[in-house]
Design a protein around this ligand. Structure first.
Ligand SMILES: Cc1cc2nc3c(=O)[nH]c(=O)nc-3n(C[C@H](O)[C@H](O)[C@H](O)COP(=O)(O)O)c2cc1C
Length: 371
């Protein structure tokens, strides 16, 4: 049994434990309309024992979509759908934030209003693929167009509108998706941002738009304790790189810390057996910048076992760990950690799209022990 004084299972502020649920796109919203539904409410309710659920990445506007059947937060119908989800999580004593998402260039015109081109910091195409219908077949992204300088405030406004809607839908807070090569990351990192206006070039310029978004979201939420921000400083997925991740993300973290954000959340890796050696240097530098400036918690993520998570918190590396894939087949993860398992292994074939299979069909521990 996990020790009764397990720090991973201990509360932190108003969160019941430090076994948080990382945002996981599952592409099971109702189509057309990208509307959250009863099945999604069941899925999140089953995972309500997490200290904090960070719900899946959720497009803030029709132009923010990049994958089929991801639930949005830009229509009244979607707000009503999300209300089903938050009510069910709250009924089980859980807490849930919504991850606010704009994919930028990681999209396909078929998914966008009037088949428009995706928008980005750049007109350079993303070397990645997406699924555009229920077949889940992968297609190349569509070449983007670079946003005009005077379009940027409009996108900040979309984040504001989405934050209002998230509040109306009953969320306990929002996480700004600044990670994984999507729009805010496309402005942040110099391997992609090739602009010459006030949103490109110098580090200060590259951080201008992400920090405008963070400031506006904090003001809209009305309290920084309802706002987190996610980064993936060392990931090079989808062709997004930075020449100096430590300097870039430490500066971003400082700006976020000055806004007194509730947490900074980093994807450190997807595979600890191939951990980028820079992680040990870069993450502590970023966390120090965040906390020195007034930011509250650092949440680590990426291929953590419960044992590794326990020692990461114990050693002061992070304040909580967000688990992603482990939550998929183990809906009562904290109970399993307390029980030292057993843990089911996720099946990637059911990650994206489909119905209850691989989604809501996993029995909790007491039933699991008999099957
Ligand atoms: C099916 C799936 C969907 C994901 N969707 C999102 C997402 O919506 N937003 C996000 O920031 N990261 C997303 N990720 C990344 C995870 O949040 C997490 O960073 C990654 O899985 C590594 O953590 P883990 O080893 O604990 O799973 C996704 C990962 C998977 C496997």
């Amino acid at each position: 049994m996990t020790s009764p004084d397990s720090v991973l299972l201990s509360p932190i502020d108003s969160y019941a434990n430090r076994v948080w649920m990382a945002p996981l796109t599952r592409s099971r919203s109702s189509m057309p309309g990208n509307v959250p539904n009863e099945l999604m409410a069941t899925y999140y309710e089953q995972r309500a024992s997490s200290g904090l659920i960070i719900a899946e990445a959720t497009p803030i506007s029709p132009m923010a979509h990049g994958y089929y059947a991801t639930p949005g937060i830009h229509s009244d119908e979607q707000v009503a759908g999300w209300k089903l989800v938050t009510d069910r999580v709250h009924s089980k004593g859980g807490k849930i934030f919504l991850q606010l998402w704009h994919v930028g260039r990681v999209s396909h015109s078929v998914l966008l209003p009037d088949n428009q081109q995706p928008v980005s910091s750049t007109d350079v195409i993303s070397q990645s693929k997406t699924y555009i219908d229920h077949s889940m077949e992968r297609h190349d992204n569509t070449p983007p167009r670079a946003l005009e300088t005077d379009e940027i405030p409009g996108i900040v406004q979309e984040f504001v509108d989405a934050t209002h809607r998230a509040k109306a839908a009953g969320f306990d807070g929002v996480e700004i998706h600044g990670a994984n090569s999507y729009l805010l990351d496309q402005f942040t990192r110099d391997g992609v941002n090739n602009r010459t206006d006030q949103y490109g070039g110098s580090l200060e310029n590259r951080l201008r738009f992400p920090l405008m978004v963070a400031k506006a979201v904090v003001e809209t939420w009305g309290d920084p304790s309802g706002v987190g921000y996610r980064i993936s400083p060392l990931s090079e997925h989808k062709d997004v790189r930075d020449s100096d991740p430590e300097a870039t993300f430490s500066a971003l973290a400082r700006g976020l810390g000055e806004l007194k954000l509730e947490y900074l959340h980093a994807v450190e890796t997807w595979d600890r057996s191939e951990l980028d050696p820079r992680v040990e240097q870069v993450i502590p530098a970023i966390v120090k910048s965040f906390k020195d400036a007034g930011g509250k918690h650092y949440i680590g993520n990426g291929d953590y076992s419960p044992e590794q998570a326990e020692s990461a918190i114990d050693s002061g590396w992070c304040d909580a760990v967000a688990f992603g894939r482990p939550w998929i087949p183990n809906p009562d993860l904290p109970a399993r950690i307390a029980n030292d398992g057993p843990y089911r292994t996720p099946t990637p074939e059911t990650f994206y799209g489909g119905g209850p299979e691989g989604y809501t069909e996993f029995a909790p521990l007491e039933e699991a022990s008999t099957n």
